[in-house]
Design a protein around this ligand. Structure first.
Ligand code: C5P
Length: 220
């Protein structure tokens, strides 16, 4: 088919990943979770005791990372040096250290290069989600979209996702504090020129998917 890159940016807790996967399924496109790549670098650094304050070592970790990623929306799988880290990269210790990795410009340069290569290898038919996809990685995407949600809605969803086991303070740390750190790497709270915004605060999952599909169809 002809190229169709759907670029989706947004903060954590916006429902970005589950919505992006479902959109990929319905449009029969491949799916790339770029956040998983930053998490994989963080996992590798922690696993090898690389000092996260040593920028050169962290950059080298990204440049040499042996990483395999599933690009099917139905089979999430992240493998680093042969180890399946699909679940491990979601642990709070990774969420807490990933911003240190993501603010490293050498790391970003390397991961952006890899992301563009993956998009090309899929014939440019892919849903790609992250923080800098609409503005940097795939500025030339056929459809560019920012998925937002109020802080309240995002805290509620993240809390439900984690089964109500976390305190409000922990959730604030995971959602709000990470935003503050991430705002240093890319501006994803306001849509860039030519980028559509879907605000999911008052939408359920199916309504959000439909809103995104509506934007895709309107853009084509
Ligand atoms: O999307 P997720 O929350 O899994 O992303 C993890 C982290 O990776 C983010 O908090 C951010 O620091 C970083 N990231 C990034 N650029 C992207 C995707 C993720 O800097 N395109």
């Amino acid at each position: 088919g002809r190229p169709l890159v759907v670029a989706i940016d947004g903060p954590s807790g916006s429902g970005k990943s589950s919505v992006s996967k479902e959109v990929a399924r319905q449009l029969r496109l491949a799916y790339l979770d770029t956040g998983a790549m930053y998490r994989a670098v963080a996992w590798d650094c922690l696993d090898r005791d690389v000092d996260l304050d040593d920028g050169e070592l962290v950059e080298a970790a990204a440049r040499t990372l042996d990483l395999e990623l599933s690009t099917s929306p139905d089979a999430e799988r992240v493998v680093v040096r042969g180890a399946d880290v699909t679940d491990a990269i979601r642990e709070p210790r990774i969420s807490a250290s990933v911003s240190a990795v993501a603010t490293n410009l050498g790391v970003r340069d390397e991961l952006i290069r890899r992301q563009r290569a993956i998009i090309a290898a899929h014939g440019r038919r892919m849903v790609v989600e992250g923080r800098d996809i609409t503005t940097v990685v795939a500025r030339d995407a056929e459809v560019r979209l920012l998925l937002t949600a109020s802080e309240e809605a995002r805290l509620r969803r993240r809390g439900a996702q984690l089964g109500g086991t976390q305190s409000v303070e922990d959730l604030l740390e995971q959602v709000v504090a990470r935003d503050a750190k991430d705002s240093a790497v890319a501006s994803f709270t306001q849509a860039a020129d030519g980028v559509y915004t879907v605000d999911s605060s008052d939408l359920d999952f199916d309504q959000t998917v439909d809103a995104v599909l509506g934007v895709v169809h309107a853009a084509l």
